[in-house]
Design a protein around this ligand. Structure first.
Ligand code: SAH
Ligand code: SF4
Ligand code: F3S
Length: 490
């Protein structure tokens, strides 16, 4: 299998294509009669959704398999963020369609953002797709598969204002048993002009904090030691019974502990209190919404990791305005200054950058490079602008930067980031880092790997340590992507 990639931690942190990479489902054998193969593209939220889908399918008689040739149902959980992401999926569909020619009873489903964007059109364009299901309609999957088996058109791309799958306990796919994702909200209410997500994921809604806490506690009880709270804009997490959930209000009559409004800082604190041995990470923070309250909560709890993914997109205020990011360069710098003031130089900061947005001049591109110099990012995901049909930018602006110019600007951004990652990593040399062990290093069975609080991968000799341990590692070497060291007594 050409793109069967099981464990992407290192790759994830270093490839600007990371959001378009694949994860396939693990083998799970609980004696069910039918087999599901699911492949996920796009962001962490899509990976988390695949775990919800697997849970729904498990309740309906499907175990997951890592061999697509053996599957009764193949799902592709897709991404629409850039054109290339959609091209990758189309190529993959043609692979699966070859299997279907040999095995006509196979059901092929397209889920996720591309399903939502193209709807019925997908059935027409890709003749051998049987089922098309958008991100808010996964509860309907078993019914839709039945319809498809009966030869009916099986499409549900209804977007919900309430669905958070709060009650569904995800089947952990590709899990190392130590780190897991928890979705805390869905959708996005921002309208960044380049972005397709508000159209594919619908309105923003926050998940009931009780169910988030329960999921964190269950994971901890099963031996997990790190959770990443996921949302497109976690800082706007807001849960109040009145706004969010009538069903909860009914339950509240019977519940002794009534929670009033919960914001993201409150939620972070609640999850941090599950256990000091459970690390908390979160993604993504939006520069317009990240508050000092969140930063002080991070400071208060050692188990909240000191790492913030704070996508800037551009360093130029005019471009940021065209992007409808609703902050300017000065505001962004003010937020970075607050991070440094409250959490210090050690706090990891990463970004997403877009090169060659509509009408971006050379000077404006230089502003992105100088912003990078100012912030000293540990890591960035970097892209060139890809026009997406239906977005505000596609309607209002001309995609006028030639591809070679976009690519050259992107390369300049990548070069700067690489140099910066190395110099940031060099600052870690000679220091002791607390590392949560995630498993064996890809390079050698004799070595383990984990991450420090700032999300950097650390590799060291195994000794008597194992997955799930916290160890102190004295770092003595590094590359742009990885720190190397040896375990020391604390
Ligand atoms: N909610 C997150 C981003 C989710 S999409 C946030 O607001 O930061 C992940 C990244 O993909 C974005 O941060 C952006 O850098 C990139 N991206 C989104 N749309 C794009 C497009 N049309 N072309 C190129 N990159 C894009
Ligand atoms: Fe897209 Fe902007 Fe929402 Fe992020 S905040 S998902 S970039 S619209
Ligand atoms: Fe892609 Fe959808 Fe995520 S477009 S980046 S999978 S929200």
């Amino acid at each position: 299998m050409d793109n069967f990639i099981q464990d992407l931690d290192i790759l994830d942190r270093n490839s600007q294509e990371a959001m378009e990479t694949v994860r396939t489902s693990k083998e799970e054998n609980t004696g069910k009669t039918k087999k599901l193969y699911i492949e996920s593209y796009g962001c962490q939220m899509n990976f988390a959704d695949s775990e919800i889908v697997s849970s729904i399918m498990k309740d309906n008689g499907y175990d997951t398999t890592s061999e697509y040739e053996q599957a009764d149902v193949i799902f592709l959980n897709t991404c629409s963020i850039r054109e290339k992401a959609e091209q990758t999926v189309r190529k993959r569909l043609s692979d699966f369609n070859n299997v279907k020619k040999r095995k006509p009873e196979l059901t092929i489903g397209v889920l996720g953002c591309m399903a939502e964007r193209l709807k019925e059109k997908l059935l027409e364009e890709e003749k051998l797709v049987d089922v098309v299901v958008g991100p808010d309609a996964y509860r309907d999957l078993p019914k839709l598969i039945e319809s498809a088996e009966e030869g009916l058109k099986a499409v549900n791309t209804f977007l919900s204002r309430e669905e958070t799958y709060a009650d569904i306990s995800p089947v952990r796919l590709n899990s190392n048993g130590i780190t897991a994702f928890i979705s805390i909200m869905r959708g996005c209410d921002n309208m960044c002009s380049f972005c397709v997500v508000p159209f594919t994921r619908g309105r923003e809604r926050s998940r009931d904090p009780h169910s988030i806490l329960k999921e964190a506690q269950d994971l901890f009880d099963q031996g997990y030691r790190e959770v990443t709270l996921l949302g497109q804009n976690v800082d706007s997490y807001k849960w109040s019974p009145e706004e969010n959930n009538k069903a909860w209000l009914e339950k509240k009559e019977k519940s002794a502990e009534a929670i009033e409004v919960v914001n993201f800082a409150n939620l972070l604190e609640m999850v941090a209190l599950v256990s000091p041995l459970l690390r908390i990470r979160f993604s993504t923070s939006h520069p317009k919404d990240i508050t000092d309250e969140v930063l002080y909560t991070m400071k208060k709890y050692d188990n909240i990791c000191k790492y913030i993914h704070l996508p800037a997109q551009s360093g130029n205020s005019r471009v940021l305005d065209l992007m409808n990011r609703t902050y300017d360069r000065e505001w962004y710098i003010n937020r970075v200054d607050a991070i440094r003031r409250i959490l210090g130089e050690e706090c990891g900061i990463s970004s997403d950058m877009i090169a060659g947005f509509c009408s971006e001049t050379e000077e404006e591109h230089q502003d992105t490079l100088t912003l990078m110099d100012y912030v000293q990012y540990d890591f960035s995901y970097m892209f060139f602008y890809s026009e997406r049909p239906g977005t505000l930018a596609a309607k209002k602006f001309e995609d006028d930067i030639p591809l070679d110019v976009k690519k050259r600007r992107l390369q300049e951004i990548i070069n700067k980031q690489q140099a910066m990652s190395l110099s940031r990593n060099k600052l870690d040399l000679g220091k002791v880092h607390q590392v949560l062990v995630e498993g064996t290093s890809k390079r050698s069975e004799e070595q383990l790997q984990g991450r420090n609080t700032a999300n950097k991968v650390v590799i060291f000799d195994r000794g008597s340590h194992k997955k799930g341990d916290y160890v102190n590692v004295l770092v003595h070497d590094c590359t742009t992507a990885t720190l190397f060291g040896e375990v020391v007594e604390s």
